[in-house]
Design a protein around this ligand. Structure first.
Ligand code: AMP
Ligand code: MG
Length: 314
């Protein structure tokens, strides 16, 4: 593709990437209200349109090439904008090539397995983009903030000997490294919403009847654990942003800006893969040309001005 948009996109998302090995303090290092200085909402929405067009083109190539897959992990606190981001960023992409999986409180069957089992079952195939709406990162977030979740996982005593969280960070990094080495790019997006913006969005969910279904009293209870979550997110970002699967922290107080950033991160990943339509060899090309000639020689209604073909008996 043209080098210019690719470079511009790379430069646009660079400040959002968590440098592997760096220590993140979410509150200090990332501003949820940030947006690129000169960018207006109108221009941002237009750019998202251009981004989704690029995405659709690359997704078609990814599917045709059938060699690489992409896994997008989307994490946020409640009302962070995960659903809207998926809806807007993936609009215009062929639904056949995209698989969205949402992860809730684990079922009894899921709790009967190792903690990565349910995520592994939902991984994209080659040629596909898989989106995890919440992901295996819940295993070091909600499970850490509410340790009773860990008790439900019935780990053997030996698995609790060293720090469970340090071990999970290592295991997750190893798992993602394995996926990446085998052709599955993992890209991780954290929609970083401020406490005040979350409050406003909850109020809207109460005030607007069409949004009532989205409101859950438990989400508001979860707000009490805000600081614990900020700490868990900071540690997770520090420990699991890797060369092969980096984290992007996206300022999410402005929905339009968050969607543009998420789209840009995904497009950047696909541009990096540079998927190509498969080309055919000389033999296959000759076969295609032979068939083309046969098709051309066939009777066609457009050639016989509506008269029936001589081969059709009356
Ligand atoms: P929502 O995304 O609003 O439908 O909510 C899903 C809920 O499932 C959230 O409250 C998450 O914290 C919870 N959840 C997701 N994954 C896990 C997990 N591994 N263990 C416990 N709770 C989880
Ligand atoms: Mg919720």
């Amino acid at each position: 593709m043209d080098e210019k948009p690719a470079k511009r996109i790379a430069a646009f998302i660079e400040p959002l990437r968590v440098e592997p090995g760096s220590r993140v303090d979410l509150a200090k290092d990332f501003d949820a209200r940030y947006k690129a200085r000169s960018l207006t909402k109108k221009h941002g929405v237009e750019l998202l349109g251009a981004t989704t067009a690029l995405l659709a083109d690359h997704q078609a190539r990814l599917a045709a090439q059938d060699t690489y897959g992409v896994l997008v992990c989307l994490q946020a606190l409640d009302a962070g904008g995960k659903d809207g981001t998926i809806r807007h960023v993936m609009s215009g992409v062929n639904p056949q090539g995209v698989k969205v999986s949402s992860f809730k409180v684990p079922s009894a069957e899921e709790l009967g397995h190792d903690y990565l089992w349910r995520y592994a079952r939902r991984l994209p195939a080659r040629g596909e983009i898989g989106i995890f709406n919440r992901s295996h990162y819940e295993e070091v977030l909600v499970v850490r903030v509410h340790p009773e979740n860990l008790d439900r996982q019935r780990l053997p005593p030996s698995a609790k000997a060293e720090s469970v969280w340090d071990r999970r960070f290592r295991e997750i990094n190893d798992w993602e490294h394995y996926l990446s080495d085998n052709g599955f790019k993992v890209v991780k997006i954290f929609l970083n919403v401020s406490k005040e913006e979350q409050r406003k969005r909850f109020l809207k969910r109460i005030d607007v009847p069409e949004k009532n279904w989205k409101f859950s009293a438990s989400d508001v209870r979860e707000r009490r654990y805000w600081d614990d979550y900020q700490r868990a997110f900071s540690e997770m970002l520090s420990a699991t942003s890797t060369r092969w699967a980096p984290w992007y922290v996206i300022p999410a107080d402005r929905k339009w800006f968050a969607r543009l950033c998420a789209g840009a991160v995904l497009v950047h990943t696909l541009i990096d893969i540079a998927p190509q339509y498969p080309t055919v060899g000389a033999r296959k090309r000759k076969e295609l040309l032979d068939v083309r000639r046969q098709l051309e020689d066939e009777w066609s209604p457009s050639l016989s001005s509506g008269r029936p073909s001589p081969s059709v008996s009356s």
